[in-house]
Design a binder for this molecule. Structure first.
Ligand code: MOS
Length: 743
């Protein structure tokens, strides 16, 4: 076999192929949920509460119903019965839903009625005619609210309190001590595509166009709520315009489904941008106090990371910000504690790197402050406290190329020239220049998934898995894994995804989608190849006859003897001779408890930031970001780099832009739109570079993948804050950093 031919038939894993859906996206042909308009479609619009606590005393239903074009107004009285209370959370990753179950209001923006009309305009106008009368109670919506409690757990089962070693003794023994409190803001998801649904009932079967990060979970939750069979629910979710953790199932989507049932017609319900600040979860604000102690040589003696955060009055998710302190730095004593307050807001939830994003800001800022207190370069300080094993658990890492991340990132950035003291560098325009570093980390998580793979007699292959592409390029990465596992060139592979009738692909969350669904696809392909191999090696007419012991290699649509690759034959010939149209494999993947017991499994990275600050105005620009990340095996470097860019830009947003301002008197978000809720636009984004650091992990999962979706957001905001300090000598501990703080 010639060199070129071998290259052409090489594995597609690791190749920087372009997105399979790229052309559809840039030409506007990709059809998102709300682009569907089945015959007879009606439009539903939510009416939402303007108060944050109390009850709806009256709605002017006659006025709304009399509006031209209105078909029905759905309220508590005529909402169809559910099989399960909306507060039931028995399906994993569920949140309590607001489905018009009563007249109570739990937060501003909660749905209180659904107007269904012939046009969007008629429904919108009629919703405004409902003129709700409220009985409002007093509200608490900030972390300054009195009280608070110590939660048993935060996030999804992180301990509320964790102590390793004696922190107080470690602090007493320290030559240097710092204590500082950092504040991170309330944030909302702001996906480009708002949550919505196009729902159509056919008898008891339900057909849905609806973006979801978890087709099978969403179907399971809907089946339980509606009291119908999961097999009768068909969800199409081929494209998701951003999810960030918010797109499993939201209450308004269920209301759209109930509205369709009520009127006996297909219904489309899409949230307005303002309504995206209500019933779809958010990231709660945090106030984090870090107490660090270090010996004279810079070795940390103690880390105490205390978090005060909030959840809703009625549900329980808490941002697990302190988790990063379990992992990142070696210290003989580490404690993390949480306290929570219940507020009159919607329930917070998973929002990109929940915990790590907010927590790493505080930890990375504090580490920087301690490095300065010790008179050390912040990168040298981090290396001085490098965790060779996971500090709290004592487990070895399944792999950890963080040292290489520091080295490659620093070299690329030019860190070596950095003056130790702040306020030493200026650019040609007289702007203050500062350089900062932050460490990035995110756990390698696995869920459960299944997949099906088929080799066909025409030499093509098919892989099916109900996976989710929310912009990250999942279609492409999974097709690459599928083609590799079937030994096919990528253009010979058909990949079907984004539909709930396909095998359960788990969720696109926790940065675990590629590892999990990819693992299932890999296993399914391997089984199909094993079946084909059985047929070939048992057939005296095949050149592979008797090769069972030496084994075979599958490549370029051919099976080859492992000991002599010149002897082999095409899949199509094997199938044809056996009189088969196809051969099928099924595979699954799940977390391996034994590996998790033995190893700490995390991706790591180092982010270097340059900022320029106007010394008179305090205006801050991030001018350069270099991130170096080690996350195990890279399926597609082009897509992965794009994930890192996106993550780092979100980190920039965290540092300098994003903040939801909630009126403490009313509990309403005052900047519930993309004009005033700031996210970085192109002009705000500096030069961003991502370095893919080589890392091989034999333990984490079958493919050695750690996940790349969320890690980029961690480390970055801390690096920027540290660069601001280095530029100005002023340490800002409230995020996003505001111009007035530097005045
Ligand atoms: Mo993400 S917060 O795991 O969708």
């Amino acid at each position: 076999m010639s060199e070129t031919r071998q290259m052409r038939h090489g594995s597609s894993i690791g190749q920087p192929v372009t997105r399979r859906d790229g052309l559809l996206k840039v030409t506007g042909q990709a059809r998102f949920a709300a682009d569907n308009h089945p015959a007879g479609l009606l439009h539903a619009v939510l009416a939402v509460s303007r108060i944050a606590r109390g009850r709806v005393a009256a709605l002017d239903l006659p006025a709304a119903r009399a509006h031209p074009g209105v078909v029905e107004v759905m309220v508590t009285a005529n909402r169809l019965a559910l099989a399960l209370h909306p507060d039931d959370k028995s399906v994993p990753f569920s949140f309590k839903l607001d489905l018009l179950q009563d007249d109570r209001v739990r937060y501003a923006g909660q749905p209180i009625a659904v107007v269904i009309a012939a046009t969007l305009e008629a429904a919108t106008e009629a919703a405004a005619l409902l003129a709700p009368r409220y009985e409002a109670g007093p509200v608490e919506v900030t972390l300054d609210a009195p009280g608070g409690y110590v939660p048993e757990s935060v996030g999804v089962g992180d301990p509320g309190e964790m102590r390793h070693g004696d922190v107080e003794a470690g602090l007493r023994a320290a030559a240097r001590r710092i204590e500082a409190t950092y504040e991170t803001p309330l944030q909302f998801h702001n996906a480009m595509e708002p949550h919505g649904v196009v729902a159509a009932w056919e008898g008891d079967a339900l057909s849905l166009d609806m973006p979801t990060q978890g087709l099978a979970l969403t179907r399971m939750r809907l089946a339980a709520l509606l009291g119908i069979r999961a097999e009768d629910i068909h969800i199409r979710s081929p494209f998701i315009g951003g999810g960030f953790g918010s797109k499993l199932l939201s209450g308004p989507q269920v209301l759209g489904i109930l509205a369709a049932r009520l009127v006996g017609r297909p219904v489309k319900l899409v949230l307005t941008r303002a309504q995206m600040y209500g019933p779809v979860t958010h990231r709660s604000p945090t106030r984090q106090t870090l107490r660090l102690g270090a010996a004279r040589d810079g070795a940390l003696t103690a880390i105490h990371h205390h978090v005060r955060t909030a959840t809703s009055r009625h549900d329980d998710f808490l941002e697990p910000s302190a988790g990063v302190s379990h992992t990142l730095y070696a210290a003989p004593a580490i404690a993390t504690t949480n306290e929570a307050v219940r507020l009159d807001t919607g329930t917070p939830g998973f929002m990109r790197a929940p915990g790590e994003a907010s927590g790493s800001i505080a930890l990375e800022s504090a580490i920087d402050e301690m490095a300065h207190a010790c008179g050390m370069d912040p990168l040298e300080f981090r290396l001085r406290n490098y965790a060779e094993v996971e500090p709290v658990s004592g487990k070895p890492f399944s792999s950890k190329a963080l040292r290489e991340c520091y080295a490659e990132g620093a070299a690329r950035f030019g860190w070596a020239g950095r003056p130790l003291a702040p306020r030493q560098m200026r650019d040609e325009d007289g702007l203050l220049v500062g350089w900062g570093v932050g460490t990035a980390t995110f756990p390698a998580i696995m869920f459960q998934a299944e997949a099906r793979a088929v080799l066909r007699r025409d030499g093509t292959g098919l892989v099916e898995s109900g996976t989710h592409d929310m912009g990250q390029g999942a279609w492409t990465a999974f097709a690459q894994i599928g083609a590799d596992s079937l030994g096919l060139d990528l253009d010979r592979l058909e990949f079907r995804a984004g539909h709930s009738d396909l095998p359960n692909a788990g969720i696109a969350g926790g940065s675990g989608h590629t590892a999990t669904a990819g693992g299932a696809i890999h296993a399914a392909g391997a089984q199909a190849i094993a079946r084909l191999t059985e047929i070939a090696v048992a057939d005296p007419r095949s050149p592979l006859f008797g090769a069972g012991n030496v084994g075979v290699v599958a490549r370029g649509g051919r099976l080859l003897r492992r000991d002599d690759e010149s002897r082999g034959e095409a899949y199509a010939d094997i199938l044809a001779r056996a009189g088969l149209d196809s051969v099928e494999g099924r595979g699954s993947a799940a977390a391996d408890p034994a590996a998790a017991e033995r190893y700490a499994m995390h991706a790591h990275g180092a982010v270097f930031a340059e900022v320029k600050v106007d010394p008179e105005l305090g205006q801050i620009r991030a001018t350069r970001l270099v991130g170096a990340f080690a996350a195990g095996r890279i399926i597609n470097p082009r897509l992965v780099r794009s994930q890192y860019y996106g993550g780092m830009i979100w980190g920039l947003s965290f540092a300098l832009h994003e903040r939801a301002a909630m009126d403490p008197r009313t509990g309403r978000v005052m900047n519930a739109d993309l004009a005033e809720y700031h996210v970085p636009v192109n002009a705000d984004v500096p030069s961003v570079e991502a370095i893919l650091v080589e890392e091989q992990d034999p333990h984490v999962n079958a493919l050695g993948i750690k996940g790349v979706g969320e890690i980029g957001i961690t480390g970055t905001a801390g690096a920027i804050a540290n660069a601001i300090w280095h530029a100005t000598g002023t340490r800002i501990r409230r995020f996003p950093v505001a111009i007035e703080e530097l005045g």
